[in-house]
Design a protein around this ligand. Structure first.
Ligand code: ATP
Length: 324
């Protein structure tokens, strides 16, 4: 039977959404008989910075290795830059950047020569929109290695080697960049420079960045969206503010009275303080009011997932005692 075209009904498939860089649906992974990913859904758009957080063993590395095409999934649909990573070719791979834990090979190479050599691989994959590779001198300046350009890789300090890892990851001007705990071993100045580089890549080059970190402060500074993976599932996905607000219904109030410490969580901090001061006046000392931080939100959400408890997040995390 031939298909009949109905007037006014479009039969063409939806055009691919160019801005949807990551599109993961119901991703499952089983090692032997053990399920470690139980249906992960994840999307990222062009120029977005995502921080993937989660406790040890949550499945972050497994997820990222599947997205990078280094590991085959057990089930689910995965599109990375519109392509199934299980079938990605060299052209697709040239559009990705991966910053691994540490570049240890090629110790005898000089930094500039190594980057020029690796950059050559990307030249055939330049497009009208993206010139590839990144010119070596600009790249060295961007990662803060200009002064080490002629040093041998084996002679670099730990932090400098980490900068080289980043340079190797971005030399091909990736459209999607994976960063695995990027600033481990960086001093504070290098960390700040690196954060500026990430903002620059995302804002100016529209690079989509997926980073894993255990540093919540870093995640909050860098990420547009925080994605928390626990027990093989995404348990939260939102901006740092949205996540904090999920547990920030309550404010935490701390004070001392007659040498005794008190902590109380309440949704109405102003009302509580008014009553507290009316009742105890000058005897209230060392008064502090605090809203939930991203770390509080993270701890509460992961605790919920791991313990199977579903209510009273903020109270459980905060409430240690009460006065009045
Ligand atoms: N090759 C493998 N074979 C069998 N089990 C594995 C393999 N790789 C990882 N696992 C298991 O899968 C689970 C998820 O591991 P994964 O490394 O993805 O977690 P992670 O979130 O990256 O942890 P971490 O924060 O400690 O790096 C763990 O229970 C781990 O023991």
């Amino acid at each position: 039977m031939t298909a009949v075209e109905l007037p006014g009904v479009a039969t063409a498939p939806h055009p691919p959404d160019e801005d949807l860089v990551l599109d993961v649906r119901d991703l499952r992974m089983r090692y032997g008989t053990v399920d470690v990913l139980h249906g992960v859904d994840l999307t990222a758009r062009r120029g977005e910075v995502l921080a993937l957080l989660g406790p040890n063993g949550a499945g972050k590395t497994t997820t990222i290795e599947i997205l990078e095409g280094f590991r085959l999934r057990s089930a689910g649909s995965v599109r990375v830059l519109g392509v199934d990573p299980g079938r990605g070719d060299e052209r697709w791979r040239a559009r990705l950047g991966v910053v691994l834990q540490s570049w240890r090979d090629h110790g005898k190479w000089r930094v500039r020569d190594l980057l020029a050599h690796l950059g050559d691989f990307y030249a055939p994959y330049a497009t009208d929109r993206i010139s590839r590779p990144w010119p070596v001198d600009d790249l060295l300046a961007a990662v803060g290695l200009t002064a080490q350009a002629d040093k041998r890789v084996a002679r670099l300090s730990g932090g400098q080697r980490r900068r080289l890892d980043v340079a190797v990851g971005i030399v091909g001007r990736p459209e999607l960049l994976f960063l695995d705990e990027p600033t481990v071993g960086f001093d504070p100045a290098a960390r700040r420079e690196f954060h500026e580089l990430v903002h620059r890549l995302a804002d100016l080059d529209e690079t989509t960045i997926l980073l894993t970190t255990h540093d919540l402060d870093e995640a909050e500074k860098l990420a547009d969206r925080i994605v928390i993976l626990a027990g093989g599932r995404i348990i939260a996905d939102g901006s740092p503010d949205e996540l904090s607000r999920r547990v920030a219904g309550d404010a935490e109030i701390r004070w001392t009275r007659d040498g005794e410490r008190f902590v109380h969580a309440t949704p109405d901090a102003t009302g509580f303080l008014r009553d507290l001061l009316r009742e105890h006046g000058d005897r209230v000392q060392e008064l502090e009011v605090r809203r939930a931080s991203l770390e509080d939100a993270y701890m509460a959400l992961v605790y919920e997932e791991e313990s199977g408890v579903r209510s009273g997040r903020a109270d459980r995390v905060w409430q240690q005692g009460s006065d009045r």
